[in-house]
Design a binder for this molecule. Structure first.
Ligand code: FES
Length: 117
C-alpha cells in the first residue's frame, strides 16, 4: 500500500510537463521495468530555480519525480548532487520494497540533467 504522501502526489503531481527554456535536461530509464523519466531544470546563479518532469512510468515513479521537483527547488547544484534515492523515498514517507527503485530513477534523471550542464 502506498503512503499518504505518495497518494497525495499521485492525486496532484507537481511540475508536470516540458520546459521550453530549460537550462538542462536529463533522462533516465530502467531497462527492467521500462519506466522512462525526463527531468527539466532551470538554473540561475548556481541554484535550481525551476524544474519539471515528464514520465512514462508507474505511479510511484510519478510521485518520486513530483516530490523531487519540490525537493530541488532553490537548492544549489552542489546540494542537488548530494541527494540520494533514500532522500526521495523518505520524503515520500515510504515506498513498497519492490518500488524503491522508482526513487533511483528520479535521482538518475537529476544526475543526468546536472551532468548535461
Ligand atoms: Fe520501475 Fe517505477 S516500476 S521505475
Amino acid at each position: 500500500m502506498y503512503s499518504p504522501k505518495v497518494l497525495e502526489h499521485l492525486d496532484n503531481p507537481r511540475n508536470v510537463g516540458t520546459m521550453e527554456d530549460a537550462t538542462s535536461r536529463g533522462e533516465a530509464t530502467n531497462p527492467v521495468c521500462g519506466d522512462l523519466l525526463h527531468l527539466y531544470l532551470k538554473i540561475a546563479d548556481g541554484k535550481i530555480t525551476a524544474s519539471s518532469f515528464q514520465a512514462q512510468a508507474c505511479p510511484p515513479c510519478i510521485a518520486a519525480a513530483s516530490i523531487l521537483t519540490e525537493m530541488i527547488h532553490g537548492v544549489t547544484i552542489d546540494e542537488a548532487l548530494l541527494l540520494k534515492a533514500i532522500d526521495v523515498t523518505q520524503a515520500l514517507e515510504s515506498l513498497p520494497r519492490n518500488k524503491e527503485h522508482c526513487s533511483v530513477l528520479a535521482i538518475d534523471a537529476l544526475k543526468a540533467a546536472l551532468k548535461s550542464l
